[in-house]
Design a protein around this ligand. Structure first.
Ligand SMILES: NC(=O)c1ccc[n+]([C@@H]2O[C@H](COP(=O)([O-])OP(=O)(O)OC[C@H]3O[C@@H](n4cnc5c(N)ncnc54)[C@H](O)[C@@H]3O)[C@@H](O)[C@H]2O)c1
Ligand SMILES: [Zn+2]
Length: 375
């Protein structure tokens, strides 16, 4: 049996384990079996992941004597829609699911969010297991119980908190993930160092390249450390009444960049988060909260692994010569956290010292964006 690191997400009766390791997909059946009320699971996945990894999961379930069926959805953010939710829940009902049937989400954040939401609402809630296959899903979306679909009005606007019963993060499956997707997930890994773990950030400065290049031991450490950080934050604030908002470091800027690029393929979420974290440090420096050397170190590291860390590093939206800072500001002022032209940001007093800062004046943010367009 392979070795794995077990991380507990402590939420009373909704507690569960996040297993991080190599070879976990081949052992999935034995890890799932104790949690099953019926020896039957339905796997929800996307066509890319099905082609690469479904056969191994099927074989593992067979070995454990677990009956299984798979539902394969198209890959991409568009799948996180009402239409696909309707189709998926209908398909699951047609297959005769019961309260005791376990759903298994095998895929990235899109599959995890959609299948998790389907599990939250079907028959008023059935159990599900996350088997995340992207770095982003392993370090972020599979842990914490946020599930959702997108609406024409915006991303993640219809959803529910529904915790999984188990998360199996097998770093081996990341070997087939395109490098650009690995780096996008890496931005969220770096985020945990920047929030409250300066020693981890320092470790990333030495090992970021190895993680990007596929080093399994480095990836295991990075995923386990990230999941431990997320588990601690979620256990303290499951429904984001307080400190869970720290996980939004870089995200107010990121969402504005993503809105401006229309959530298209030119800018992945993690890429927007990388640039957004660099901008959040710039804003912290401008407010005299953070040493300029720390912001420079953040930018240097993100660029060293190949992530964008300034507006100049990202292609401006199609048909535009440069970034429209006014447009970006307009998106931020529509953010649900705005009051009287003041926005809540996650800022930092240094690397590993993030905090929630309400009441930040958008004029200062504009100045930071203008500087970043040339930085
Ligand atoms: N619930 C949360 O807390 C939370 C947190 C962060 C992000 N999210 C959501 O997660 C989604 C993004 O997730 P994502 O980045 O994983 O995107 P994704 O699920 O679209 O996966 C990215 C691409 O990689 C492919 N893929 C997945 N695993 C693979 C593998 N092992 N090998 C090769 N290709 C593989 C997918 O088919 C897809 O084309 C967004 O919808 C976002 O809103 C949710
Ligand atoms: Zn994110």
């Amino acid at each position: 049996m392979s070795s794995s690191t077990d991380i507990a997400v402590s939420l009373g009766e909704r507690s569960y384990t996040v297993k991080v390791g190599s070879g976990l997909l081949d052992e999935a059946g034995q890890h799932m079996a104790p949690l099953l009320r019926q020896k039957r699971v339905i796997v929800v996945t996307d066509a890319n992941v099905a082609g690469l990894h479904l056969a191994r999961l099927d074989a593992a379930l067979d070995r454990a004597g677990i009956t299984h069926q798979a539902i394969v959805l198209p890959p991409g953010e568009h799948t996180k829609s009402f239409e696909h939710l309707q189709q998926l829940t209908g398909d699951l009902l047609d297959r005769g699911i019961e309260r005791g049937t376990m759903l298994v989400a095998l895929g990235g954040g899109v599959i995890g969010d959609l299948a998790g939401f389907a599990a939250a609402v079907l028959l008023r809630g059935i159990d599900f297991i996350q088997v995340p296959t992207t770095l982003l899903a392993q370090v972020d979306s599979s842990v914490g119980g946020k599930t959702a679909i997108d609406m024409p009005q915006g991303k993640n606007l219809v959803g529910a908190f529904h915790q999984p019963r188990l998360v199996l993060a097998d770093v081996d499956v990341l070997q087939t993930l395109p490098r650009r997707e690995v780096l996008a997930g890496y931005a969220e890994v770096a985020k945990y160092g920047l929030i409250n773990d300066p020693a981890f950030f320092q470790w990333l400065e030495a090992n970021g390249e190895a993680i990007a290049n596929g080093d399994s031991a480095a990836r295991r450490h990075a995923v386990a450390t990230s999941c431990r950080a997320k588990a601690a934050i979620v256990a303290a604030d499951e429904k984001e009444q307080g400190d869970r908002a720290l996980l939004n470091l870089g995200h107010t800027f990121a969402h504005a960049l993503e809105t401006e690029t229309g959530y298209g393929p030119d800018l992945l979420h993690g890429e927007a988060v990388a640039a957004g974290m660099a901008l959040a440090f710039d804003l912290s420096v401008r407010l005299d909260l953070c040493p300029a050397a720390d912001a420079a170190r953040v930018r240097r590291h993100l660029r060293a692994v190949g992530l964008p860390a300034g507006l100049g590093d990202i292609k401006a939206p199609r048909g535009q010569h440069g970034w429209n800072t006014r447009g970006l500001l307009a998106h931020m002022s529509k953010d649900k956290k705005v009051r009287d032209g003041k926005v809540t940001f996650i800022l930092a007093r240094g690397i590993g010292k993030a905090f929630i800062a309400p009441g930040i004046d958008l004029a200062l943010v504009e100045a930071v964006l203008q500087d970043a367009a040339v930085a």
